[in-house]
Design a protein around this ligand. Sequence first.
Ligand code: HSE
Length: 386
Amino acid sequence: MKVALLGYGTVGVGVRQMLLASPTLEAGPVLVRPGKADESWKVTAMEEILDDGEVGAVVEVMGGVDAAYRYAKAALTAGRHFVTANKMLVAAHAPALAALAEEKGVAFLFGAACGGGVPFLHNLARAVGSGDDVTALGGILNGTCNYILDAMERRGQDFARALSGAQSLGYAEADPGADLSGLDALRKVVLGCAAAWGLLPTEGLLREGIESFTAADVAALAALGRRCRLMGRAEMQGGRLCALVEPTVCPAASPAAAVLENGNLAWYRAKNAGQITLLGQGAGRYPTASAVLRDLEGILEGERSMLPRGCRPCRAEGGLLRRRYYVRCPGSAAAALEAERHFEGEAGTARLLTAPMTPAAIHQWAAARRGAGEEIFFAAWEEEEC
Ligand code: HSE
């Protein structure tokens, strides 16, 4: 199958190299920006790709939403399989693209959009397709944040230096704010919800990133035998869905704490299969490109969709779970929280573990205190050996 590429950045270069080496796939034209077509196989108009009757699949690795969505619709309408690594595109437009692909009898796959090289969505979709009932999913879904947290903990780097390392290794988004704020990980949780339940939560999502994590937090958590990881979670309870991303403090001996560098650890729990956990590189040129190739091979084997239950928007509920939270805040702000334990804190600073509370409540509390100019760090307290 001849494969055209939209975009030739970090991932695009890797995909083309792998296509050139593939025994089953053929490298086709690559769409680049006007003025950048310095090779015969580079083109600057989508029509040049769609006019090539040999192109069977179009791979989008250019990023952004609006142009990517236009190209996706054009490719599917023209009867070409469509594969993307673009979380933003899928989180925004999965229902329309899935419906168009189904109507045209072609594939719409996005395994590279969640977990980098970790085949998470494939496994999840297969479990659902086989009739299993997924009850929860989550994990470490952002390689950039994991790289930063790990570099701060193991190498003593400061936040800015660790971020610049993640950027130079090609892990971070063009706007690293999407990584640091948890937005990128949340989009991946949303894709997991789509694969697991056919639901695309667009409202009621909760998100806390790692921007307020400091070297003092690293030391305070180390003294408790814990490490911080940015983790997503979605849970279905009685037809109601909770979906969130939060820093999470894990026992230092847990599998999550052992995830280093750009690693991802993605898990789901299903009635028949029990808990399945997948571990691998969550970002970077070749891990992500390998996931694109996996989708393309899947198409050759007849795979057409990662949404066994279709896909429709829904609202998530932040009041569904109850979790304990580790909190660092000014001493004066702590009184509003029901604390189960107090830890040693710097002068004027409280460090505590809350009683179980809803994610919605802690997110609201933190937003209000930050609105009053206070510095807050909070993280879910992982009870299980995740
Ligand atoms: N910026 C993303 C990450 C890239 O760090 O996980 C892979 O989705």
